[in-house]
Design a protein around this ligand. Structure first.
Ligand code: SAH
Length: 391
C-alpha cells in the first residue's frame, strides 16, 4: 500500500472495476477522518481487493481514480500518462503540417480527471479543475517538458478560474515556464491569434476543428451567419471557402475584437462582426442567410438546469429555423454534458416542428479524437451537433 486506504461499501467496487473513475461519497465505508482535499488514496473493496489509486475531494465525487493499477504517483507516472496522450494524438495525425493547435490532455478521456492541457504551437495551457491535480502540478510540468522537449516554448497555468471556489484565491494564473509572447497557430492552414491570458477558457475552442472544416464545404457564394462566434473559428473557414458575406455575432466585445483580428490575419474583407446578443440580433433577419451556425455556451452546467437548457436550445433553434433562407443549412451544437445526444436531437426536432420547416439531417457531429470519449465513462461525451438541410 502506497497511500491512505479507503474502504468501499459492499458492491461499490463494481463501477470502478469497470474502469469508471469516479467514486461517490456514499460508496465509502471507511476512511481516515483527517483526509484533506487532494490527498492521494487507494480504494479497496469490502473484501480488501485493490480497486484503484486516486485523489480525495470533499464533495459528492469523493475520489477520482487516476490509476487502476497499484502505482506510485510521481514524475514518471505523469510522464507515462502524458506520453501516452501525446503518442495517441501523433498516431492519429491530430497535429501535422497544417495544424499545430490541439488538446494534448482531456481529463478522464486520457486517464486523469481534472487535468486539461491545450497545445498552441509550442505553448501549453495547463488547466486544473481540481485541487488533487493542482497538487501534482510540479510532476505534471516536468512531464510536459520531457514529452515535448525542444518543441516546448511556454507553459501557462490558467487554473485560477477552474479550481473549486475555496481554492481560487489561493492561486494565480502565471507562466510556469517561458514568458509572454504573441502566439499564432495554424488550424487546417488557417491562422489564428491566441490570447490565452485574456481569452475565455484556454483561449480557443479547439474542439470545433472538424466541424469548421465540414462547414467550409458548404459556404461558397453563401450568406453565412456565425452566432456565438467567439474568436471567429467558423467565420475564418467560411470566408476562406469563398462565402459571399460572413457575419459574426458574439455578446462579448472582446470576442468580436479577437474575431476581427483573425479575419484580418487571414486577409479577408467580406466579413462584419457584431457585438450583440444572438437572440436580439436574430429578431429581424428573415430570409437573409443561407448558412447559420449556432454554437452557444453550455446552457446547462448541472442536472438542475437541464430543463431550462432544453427550453433555451429549442427557442434558439426555432428562431434560426424560421428565418433561414429556403434550402439553407443550419449547423447547430450543444456543449452541455448533461444534455445528452438523444435529448439534444429531440429538442432540435421539436424546434423544427415549431418552425414549421421541413428539414433533413445531413450530418451528426461530435467532439474530435483529441477530446476522446471512453466507453467506460460516457459522461465525457459533451459536444454534439447536427447539420440540417432546411427546405
Ligand atoms: N463557436 C465558437 C465558440 C463559442 S463559445 C468557436 O468556434 O470558437 C460561446 C460564445 O458565446 C462565447 O464567446 C460567449 O461570449 C458567447 N455568448 C454567450 N452568450 C451569448 C449571447 N446571448 N449572444 C451572443 N453571444 C453569446
Amino acid at each position: 500500500m502506497n497511500y491512505s486506504e479507503v474502504t468501499l461499501n459492499k458492491g461499490k467496487e463494481t463501477s470502478p472495476l469497470r474502469f469508471h473513475p469516479w467514486i461517490f461519497s456514499g460508496a465509502i465505508a471507511k476512511k481516515d477522518a483527517t483526509l484533506e482535499e487532494g490527498t492521494l488514496v487507494e480504494a479497496y473493496s469490502s473484501t480488501k481487493q485493490y480497486v484503484g489509486t486516486g485523489y480525495f475531494a470533499n464533495g459528492s465525487i469523493a475520489i477520482r481514480l487516476i490509476s487502476f493499477k497499484e502505482v506510485t504517483i510521481d514524475e514518471h507516472f505523469w510522464f507515462e500518462k502524458l506520453n501516452k496522450a501525446y503518442t495517441y494524438r501523433k498516431q492519429l495525425l491530430i497535429f501535422n503540417e497544417h495544424t499545430n493547435v490541439y488538446r494534448l490532455f482531456f481529463g478522464e478521456g486520457d486517464g486523469a480527471s481534472g487535468l486539461i492541457l491545450d497545445y498552441y504551437n509550442g505553448h501549453v495551457v495547463f488547466q486544473s479543475h481540481s485541487w488533487g491535480i493542482y497538487l501534482q502540478k510540479d510532476n505534471i510540468i516536468s512531464a510536459i517538458k520531457k514529452v515535448l522537449g525542444d518543441d516546448l516554448k511556454s507553459i501557462y497555468d490558467k487554473s485560477a478560474e477552474t479550481l473549486p471556489k475555496q481554492f481560487t484565491d489561493k492561486v494565480q494564473n502565471a507562466y510556469l515556464f517561458g514568458s509572454e509572447e504573441d502566439v499564432l497557430v495554424k488550424e487546417n492552414d488557417h491562422t489564428f491569434k491566441i490570447d490565452f491570458i485574456r481569452g475565455q477558457k484556454t483561449g480557443f475552442f479547439v474542439d470545433q476543428r472538424e466541424s469548421r472544416q465540414l462547414l467550409a464545404k458548404y459556404c461558397q457564394d453563401k450568406m453565412v451567419l456565425n452566432t456565438f462566434s467567439y474568436t471567429g473559428g467558423f467565420s475564418v473557414y467560411a470566408c476562406a471557402a469563398g462565402a459571399k458575406t460572413v457575419h459574426s455575432v458574439d455578446v462579448s466585445k472582446t470576442a468580436i475584437e479577437l474575431c476581427n483580428k483573425n479575419i484580418e490575419l487571414n486577409d479577408f474583407t467580406n466579413h462584419t462582426g457584431y457585438a450583440e446578443d444572438t437572440f436580439d440580433f436574430l429578431k429581424d433577419k428573415k430570409n437573409i442567410y443561407d448558412v447559420i451556425i449556432l454554437d452557444p455556451p453550455a446552457f446547462a452546467k448541472s442536472r438542475d438546469s437541464k430543463h431550462n437548457a432544453v427550453i433555451g436550445y429549442k427557442r434558439l433553434n426555432a428562431m434560426a429555423l424560421k428565418l433561414i433562407k429556403p434550402n439553407g443549412l443550419l449547423f447547430t451544437f450543444s456543449c452541455s454534458g448533461v444534455v445528452d445526444k438523444n435529448l439534444f436531437f429531440n429538442t432540435i426536432t421539436a424546434a423544427a416542428i415549431e418552425a414549421r420547416r421541413n428539414v433533413k439531417v445531413i450530418h451528426y457531429l461530435s467532439q474530435p479524437a483529441d477530446h476522446p470519449v471512453i466507453p467506460y465513462f460516457p459522461e465525457g461525451e459533451y459536444l454534439k451537433g447536427m447539420v440540417l438541410w432546411v427546405e
